[in-house]
Design a protein. Sequence first.
Length: 126
Amino acid sequence: MHELSYATSVLNAILDAVKQQEELGRKVIKVNDINLEIGDLTLISLDQLQFVFEVISEDTACKGAELKAEMVKPKIFCNDCEFEGNLDTKDELEVVCPKCESRNIKLKGGKEFNIVNATIEFDDEE
């Protein structure tokens, strides 16, 4: 389950951001949601990622935070016909150019895993 390592990375990054805000004198109440960009080729299950995140964030400012993700489709460049566009697959193991069906392609994207932003609730009564 590689979702655990991704969830741990997200939690650590967000808790670092929370700590930075608190060092600036802002009191963080909680993190409400975290927006991610995830490439389809990472094969990450968003449901599993959310479940694992809930477990590991239990005693933190991220408790109850919802992970939201925009899934990024992989792009390809065909070295034979120079097609550039969305990935097309004949089956799960065969990746081919949608224009000429060549297998001589280069993947461009689809492996991303980025934190786009997070919504953090602050105690502004200071």
